[in-house]
Design a protein around this ligand. Sequence first.
Ligand code: GAL
Length: 396
Amino acid sequence: MSRRNISASWVLSLCMLAAPAAAIAQSSQLAATPPMGWNSWNHFATRVTDADVRGAADALVSSGMRDAGYIYVNIDDSWEAGRDAQGNIQTNKKFPDMKALSDYVHSKGLKLGIYSSPGPQTCGKYEGSYQHEEQDAKTYAAWGIDYLKYDQCSYGKIIQQEAGNDHEKAFAMQKDSYDKMYKALKATGRPIVFSMCQYGLNNVWEWGTEVGGNLWRTTGDINDHYTRMEQIGFSQAGLSKYAGPGHWNDPDMLEVGNGGMTDDEYHLHMTLWAILASPLLAGNDLSKMSPETLAILTNKEVIAVDQDALGKQGDRVWAEGPSEVWAKPLSGGAKAVALFNRAESARPITLKLKDVGFGNNAKLRDLWAGKEVTATNGSYTVLIPKHGTVLLKVSQ
Ligand code: GAL
């Protein structure tokens, strides 16, 4: 089964009012910084089992990733069976006892996430939550679930059948389907992070907070190739104003360590996601990680950029052809500044400190190299490999 089973058809976005402040304040208790953890999909897809999830929880602890902030252990699609006579969702034989799994994950100081769809079927054709939203939310709470990824999938067909070409109705239906699950989760009284996945349709960043989204996918699926990761990551330019504590843009999970990119490309992936204040959900097999993969995923200074308490997403500040500079404001007045080389060969890139709001005397620290560097006459020039990056912290 392909995990790129949904091709997001971008539809006309409707003009929405800004999210009410109350909705934002309410959701800021959860996901005050971008959620960090692991998700089964990118590596295991529909093969994931209870043993794999326990293995991931064990590895998060033994590798030091939990202590670096990776707290959520998220089961993606393919845990579901049908429903019993009372309509209660059942797990399939790969997940014999969800409550026991949840207890295990919690005993490691981690949190457990699960996956469903507002449609009758998930994208992998497993049972969805359609017309069972409240019942499913109660089941998740009883199992001790802490995070729900809610993926539009077959609900798109229901929208199509009921709304046809009526875009306004289609949009209202989509919004309602997320609102319904948000309210059902809330009614359980258990804090459950609500992760919206509808591929960025209808400019979800403009209204995701209104339906309780703590994060929302802004794009179709990532895969483990540089061209796709680059396309998704750099397409986030201009979205920074929609993110903040409790509500994040989600350009999809990490592919770091899955083997389809070079280490330079994985550094660029991690750097861009940190600059974007993106959720950091590792998607690799944690039981077989190279030291380089672990180093990329757990660099403390890079994670601190993503997790900065100010909760500002970064944005592009300068580009010339394939050379780009992006900046993210940090608490205390510093900025994280990333220099990206999207070209097919190494090239020098120059940061002009005034372009990121600093004078000639600013202090520069190269976060991947872990050392101070110096600007000359307000400029810092560095040779960057093909598809590579340099991440700086600039402060006064
Ligand atoms: C896709 C989703 C992926 C994954 C998959 C599972 O729609 O974007 O992240 O969850 O479904 O079937």
